[in-house]
Ligand binder design. Structure first.
Ligand code: GDP
Length: 488
């Protein structure tokens, strides 16, 4: 790179091709306009339609968001427990509940945001679990955080599959029906809770049907709980397809754009990202990220998993192999290119082994390989302040690599690959009783998109089961979660 952009491979593009609005305060959110100075991979360009839609949506967020008259009226309406009578409401909302791991929370907010754009609703994010501290505000001149103090649904964070106001339960109890085409406005509830959690029932999943979307479009307040990347499901709703085609001509880059638009590390997290990057990674010519997620604690120190990782990176020629001990290659100091490996994991074991391997043994190419892991937090923790900041910084650091190896099933890895615009090599999830390294150890994914782990297996028109991976060519089953769906 040139002198003005020491880390990026191409000139920095502050606004990411028009994705980001110009003129926001740079000091309160340094990552927003600095990120392109650190990114090596070539980012995808947003379509003009997406750019225009985002600018219109920003207007909506500002006109209807917290601290406006429209918002006060809408909150009063919700408090009254009745729906707007007569005309349709001026402003409509979708509140996204934030829970579970950071990867899940990011996928949930991105999914809720796309749904909000498609249905002209204001997105409000539940500030729980530090969502207010990890990210900058994405929308100019307003907040995307739900003001909890005067929100009438005081216990919304406890809404569950049993909540009477869930869409699924309202269907079951015939409180609403998507079949009656013109449900009178006064019969609509003031709000509907959308339970789109991994444990959701068939009726909840009717959310992904056209008739149900028509009914929901009249409801002023929607409260959504999901821990899933539901976007591939939205691509199967006929009513959304035309607009989605226009907004995203490159369907494998939907999350890439949504995530780079919405999720800017707060200044504290950006400090963690940039200090680490400059100190340990910036000078390497090749940067290989390896995300090790062990869902089974028995695999926290498994020689088989270690073998899986090394055979993946060697077979796919992502890193040079090591020579048998005592052998040497003649290396002129400074002549060979440098490779740095960034490992993220809750435990230090794999990092220590791989680092030791490249210290003890020379590489066949004579390259030197440095190995780094920013933290080892031990285990997933809840409600601890520094923990999620580190997780967010590590996801972001992975996204800055040239090449990525991720662990199948992990939303942590999905976020990194999506932000980075990197199609990863994916380590197969290890079976419980592991007696050898999985063979093959990894596969190259078909796109950088996250996988939707629990789609609706249903034909809304014919009212019978169907394989959702067979409906349109760009929504296919995932390789890591075989029943899941992803955009390609
Ligand atoms: P998933 O469970 O792999 O789908 O990812 P999530 O991000 O939803 O939840 C896992 C949580 O565990 C993260 O949010 C972190 O808090 C923690 N975690 C998992 N892997 C790592 C890691 O490599 N580094 C750090 N710092 N935290 C991790």
């Amino acid at each position: 790179g040139g002198r003005s952009f020491p880390y990026a491979r191409s000139p920095p593009d502050k606004l990411l091709g028009g994705l980001l609005p110009d003129g926001l305060d740079e000091r309160s959110c340094r990552s927003r306009y600095e990120s392109s100075m650190y990114r090596r991979s070539t980012a995808r360009r947003p379509s003009p339609q997406l750019i225009a839609k985002l600018r219109r949506h920003e207007e909506l967020q500002k006109r209807c968001g917290p601290n406006t008259n429209a918002y006060r009226l809408a909150v009063e309406q919700l408090r009254s427990g009745k729906s707007v009578v007569g005309s349709s409401p001026e402003c409509k909302y979708v509140v996204s509940i934030s829970y579970r791991g950071l990867g899940n929370r990011i996928l949930a907010a991105a999914s809720a945001f796309l749904y909000a754009m498609l249905t002209d609703r204001v997105l409000l994010v539940d500030p729980s679990n530090e969502m207010d501290e990890l990210f900058c505000e994405p929308f100019p001149g307003t907040t995307w955080l739900l003001p909890r103090q005067d929100f009438p649904l005081a216990s919304y964070t406890n809404f569950s599959i049993d909540t009477a106001e869930s869409y699924g339960n309202m269907l079951k109890n015939k409180v609403v029906s998507a079949d009656a085409p013109m449900t009178a406005a006064e019969k609509l509830p003031a709000f509907v809770y959308l339970h789109l959690d991994h444990d959701y029932a068939h009726e909840d999943k009717m959310f992904f049907c056209d008739d149900d979307q028509r009914l929901l479009s009249g409801v002023q307040w929607l409260v959504m709980r999901t821990d899933l990347y539901t976007v591939p499901g939205l691509f199967l709703v006929t009513a959304f397809q035309e607009e989605l085609d226009a907004l995203f001509p490159e369907r494998d880059a939907v999350f890439h754009h949504l995530a780079r638009y919405l999720f800017h590390p707060s200044n504290h997290v950006w400090g963690l990202v940039t200090r680490y990057y400059r100190a340990y990674l910036a000078r390497a010519e090749l940067l290989v990220g390896i995300q090790v997620r062990n869902f089974d604690p028995r695999h926290a120190q498994s020689p088989h998993v270690l073998r899986q990782i090394t055979s993946c990176v060697w077979r796919e020629k992502l890193l040079p192999e090591v020579l048998a001990t005592e052998e040497h290659t003649t290396t002129t100091p400074g002549a060979k290119s440098t490779t740095a490996v960034l490992i993220t994991s809750l435990r230090p074991w794999y990092y220590e082994r791989i680092k030791g391997m490249y210290w003890d043994q020379a590489t066949v190419t004579g390259e030197d390989v440095s190995v780094h892991q920013p933290s080892n937090e031990g285990q997933q923790q809840f409600g601890k302040k520094s923990h999620d900041g580190r997780a967010w910084a590590e996801m972001y650091l992975l996204s800055l690599c040239d090449v990525l190896v991720t662990s199948g099933w992990s939303t942590f890895g999905y976020v990194a690959q999506g932000i980075g615009g990197l199609t990863p090599w994916v380590l197969h999830k290890q079976p419980e009783n592991l007696t050898a390294a999985p063979d093959p150890p990894c596969f190259k994914d078909v796109s950088m998109e996250p996988c939707f782990h629990a789609p609706h297996v249903y034909d809304c028109k014919m009212r019978r089961g169907l394989d959702p991976g067979e409906v349109v060519p760009h929504v296919r089953h995932c390789q890591d979660v075989s029943w899941g769906l992803k955009l390609v």
